[in-house]
Design a protein around this ligand. Structure first.
Ligand code: DC
Length: 205
C-alpha cells in the first residue's frame, strides 16, 4: 500500500505520516528533507538557492547530510522552498522518491507533490492542511520550547511567503490531488489528527 501525504509547512503532515507508517507497519520518507539537504548543500557550496545551476549542483549532497539536525531550521526550510522551484532539481530527486514509493510492501511518503507527481497511483492520498494562524502558533510553540527567540508574526509571514512560493511555482505546485482526502487540522489536537488520518486510510482501502 502506498500512502501519499501532502500539505503545506507545519500542517501536521510529518507527524501524521510518521504515525501512519508506525500504525500500518510501512517505511516512511519525508521528501521535504531531500529539498532541505539541497538547500543546505547549496549554501555550503557558496551558491545561490535561486540559481538553478547552483541548486542542481547541490543535488549530489552526501547522504549523511540527511541526518543533520540543522536541516530542520526555518532558514533551511526557506532555502528548500527556493531550490524546489527549479524543474531540474525536481527531476533529479524524482527517481529516488519513486523508488522508495515502489518498494515491495508499500510506503508512506510526505511532501507537496506525492499524490500528484511522485505517486499518482497511490492507494490513499491525504492532503493535510490548517490555517496560517494555527500553523504559525504550532511552529512558535515548538521553537519556544527549543529556547529560540522568535516572534509569532514573523513566523506567520514566513509561512505565508513559503505557501505562496510552493503554490504558485510552475512545476509540481502544492495542490491537493483531485482524489485526495482533505484533512484540516486547524482545530484538532495531535492525537485527534492522527486518529482522523488512520480512519481516512482505513475507509479508503
Ligand atoms: O515539508 P518541508 O517544510 O520540509 O519542505 C521544505 C520545502 O521543500 C518546501 O517549502 C517545498 C519543498 N518540497 C517540495 O517542493 N516538494 C516536496 N515533495 C517536499 C518539499
Amino acid at each position: 500500500m502506498i500512502i501519499a501525504v501532502d500539505g503545506p509547512t507545519a500542517s501536521g503532515k510529518g507527524t501524521i505520516s510518521k504515525a501512519l507508517a508506525a500504525h500500518f507497519g510501512l517505511p516512511h520518507l519525508d521528501t521535504g528533507l531531500l529539498y532541505r539537504a539541497v538547500g543546505r548543500q547549496t549554501f555550503l557550496d557558496g551558491g545561490d538557492p535561486d540559481n538553478a545551476e547552483d541548486a542542481l549542483a547541490a543535488c549530489g549532497f552526501p547522504d549523511k547530510l540527511l541526518a543533520d539536525a540543522s536541516l530542520r531550521s526555518e532558514v533551511i526550510g526557506g532555502m528548500a522552498s527556493k531550490v524546489s522551484v527549479h524543474p531540474k532539481v525536481r527531476q533529479t530527486l524524482f527517481e529516488r522518491q519513486r523508488a522508495f514509493a515502489e518498494q515491495e510492501g508499500g510506503a508512506v511518503l510526505d511532501g507537496r507533490d506525492i499524490g500528484t507527481v511522485i505517486a499518482p497511483d497511490a492507494d490513499v492520498k491525504l492532503f493535510v492542511t490548517a490555517s496560517v494562524e494555527a500553523r504559525a502558533a504550532r511552529r512558535y510553540a515548538e521553537m519556544k520550547e527549543r529556547g529560540e527567540d522568535v516572534l509569532l508574526e514573523v513566523i506567520a509571514e514566513d509561512l505565508r511567503q513559503r505557501d505562496e512560493r510552493d503554490r504558485t511555482r510552475a512545476e509540481a505546485p502544492l495542490v491537493a490531488a483531485s482524489d485526495a482526502y482533505v484533512l484540516d487540522t486547524s482545530t484538532l489536537g495531535r492525537d485527534e489528527a492522527i486518529a482522523a488520518a488512520i480512519e481516512a486510510v482505513e475507509q479508503a482501502v
